[in-house]
Structures are given as C-alpha cells and as structure tokens.
Design a protein around this ligand. Structure first.
Ligand code: PDD
Length: 286
C-alpha cells in the first residue's frame, strides 16, 4: 500500500503525521465546509463548479476562502501527483480553526484549518451499479440550510443509520410530503419518458452530478422537468435514481419494500449511464 500523503495548512504530510488541535472549531462545533471532487485519470470533474459551490458554502457561513481558484487547482494537481491512481476523488475541508476559548461567537482573528486528501474510490463498475439499491422514505428532519456543504453531518448519519436498520442501502428524504434528496445524493425520477428532479432550495444540496445529468439529458434529447415531486408520485415512478460524485447514477430498484417498475435498472438509466461513462472517458483523454 503506497504511503498516503495529505495536505494540511500548506504542508504535504503522511496521513499519520497530520494532526489538528482538539480546540479546532471543526472538531468542537462541526464549524466547517467540505467538498468531494471526482477525478478521472488526472482530471478533476467540473472543478470550476465545485470551487464555486465551495465559495457559496464558505460565504454562507462567513468564512473567507483561503485560496483563489488557481491556487486550489495547483494544490489539487500536486496532491494527485503524490497519490497516484486511476479514478480517485479529492476530499477537502476548511474549518474555522482553533481558538483558545470554546465560544460559538466568531472571533475576528481566525486561522482556518485546511485539510485535503485523496480518496481511492476506484473505477465505477457499471454491472455492479446496474443491480440497483433498495431504499426507504424517511422524514427529512435536517435544518433549513441543506444547500450548504457543511461538515456537520450528524443528521445525515442518523438518517443513513435508520435506513441501515431497515435493511436497505439508503433513505429517500421527504419534507412536508415532497421528496428532497438521499442522505448523500440527489434524486431523480422518470415518468412517461420525462426525467424529473426537485428544484434547488435550502432543503437540498445543489449537486454537481445532478447538474451534469440534467445537462447531458438535455443535450441528448431527453425531456427534463425541474419541479417538486410528491412522495405519492414517487411510488408510481417508472424509474428512480440517486446521483452523487462517488455513487454516480445509482438506480433504485425497491422503495419501502415495493419493487420500482420490475425491480431492474430501467431503459432511461441505461441510456444515461452510457452517456455519463462516455463523458468521463472524454475527460480522461482531454
Ligand atoms: N455527497 N446531497 C447530499 C446531501 C450530498 O452529501 C451529496 C454529495 C449530494 C450530491 O452532490 P454531488 O453530485 O456534488 O456529489 C447531494 C458527497 C459525495 C459526500 O458527502 O461524500
């Protein structure tokens, strides 16, 4: 196993040597932001969009962006070089750093903690993906700021655990009768050959994969609608998908113990996963 090199506050270190203060506000309060950027070959996917979302999240929590986009990209390149592999993902997080007194109040003087590592996620196996996942719907009790990619993920952990306890892979979250997203993914539904996904709002993360899927669908003549989806409507879906940087496009084959369509990945998914793999291949070769 090659040594894992991480980035911490300007230094590249073996993971065992990278340490953070116990007074770090990320540790004490979950006061920070993160991003997960997939990398194909040497190319980060939609890096400008990920950096824009990072900026949006940082602005929402009043934390300055420590680097400009060019500097971020240089660090990504350097970190990828130090952690060779095929398909990978860059994980980055910025917290408000350590302060001597435990106090919620944001201090004028803050030295953020900037941490980055490479996740060896491996090449997605489409045959494996095609088997699909089982899900249950669960009440979305998270806060009204789900558009922030916050490191405070305890609600998501609880919701995922509820799904695990129900014997399924993930939860589809429902707020006031309308579906929002998965615990770490966005949601799509196919009905009568139309691809439908809920609009961005404070109740879901604006997924980079979501936007890419919508864009590729439109380019390939697939009709798309961005609108609210009632929980009852989901039960009569022809297809349901969960999308994310690490999961790509996962077909949902069972919802609340009932098969979705005939419990197999549907024709629209097959079309879209091929388009998506093609897009990745072009990125690798670019
Ligand atoms: N999660 N919604 C939530 C709550 C998420 O945590 C994620 C991603 C998404 C999909 O966003 P994107 O397509 O940009 O990955 C939607 C990452 C992968 C994670 O927490 O590991």
């Amino acid at each position: 196993m090659p040594e894992k090199i991480v980035f911490l506050n300007g230094e590249y270190l073996p993971v065992e040597q990278a340490t953070v203060s116990v007074l770090d506000r990320g540790f004490l309060f979950g006061d920070g932001i993160y991003e997960v950027i997939p990398v194909f070959g040497l190319k980060p996917l939609r890096v400008d969009e990920h950096l824009q979302r990072l900026q949006n999240s940082l602005s929402r929590i009043s934390l300055d962006n420590p680097f400009d986009d060019e500097s971020w990209k240089q660090i990504f390149d350097c970190l990828l070089e130090k952690n060779p592999g095929e398909d990978r993902a860059i994980y980055l997080q910025i917290t408000r750093g350590a302060h001597p007194v435990r106090d919620l109040k944001i201090q004028a003087e803050n030295r953020p903690t900037i941490f980055m590592m490479v996740l060896q996620v491996g090449v997605v196996d489409v045959t494996e993906l095609e088997k699909g996942i089982k899900t249950v719907t669960i009440d979305d009790f998270r806060w009204h700021a789900c558009d922030i990619k916050s490191i405070s993920l305890v609600a998501n952990v609880m919701l995922r655990e509820q799904a695990t306890q129900s014997g399924v892979v993930d939860a589809i979250l429902v707020r006031e009768g309308y579906v929002t997203e998965g615990t770490a993914s966005n949601l799509f539904m196919v009905k009568n050959d139309v691809l439908i996904t809920p609009p961005t709002s404070q109740h879901l993360l604006p997924g980079i994969t979501r936007d890419l899927v919508l864009e590729l669908a439109e380019e390939n003549g697939i009709a798309c609608e961005v609108r609210q989806i009632a929980e009852a409507e989901l039960e009569s879906a022809d297809e349901i998908w969960l999308t994310s940087s690490t999961r790509e496009i996962a077909p949902v084959v069972n919802l609340n113990g009932k098969d979705v369509a005939d419990a197999k990945a549907g024709p629209m998914w097959k079309k879209m996963i091929n388009i998506y793999q093609q897009y990745k291949q072009e990125l690798r070769q670019a």
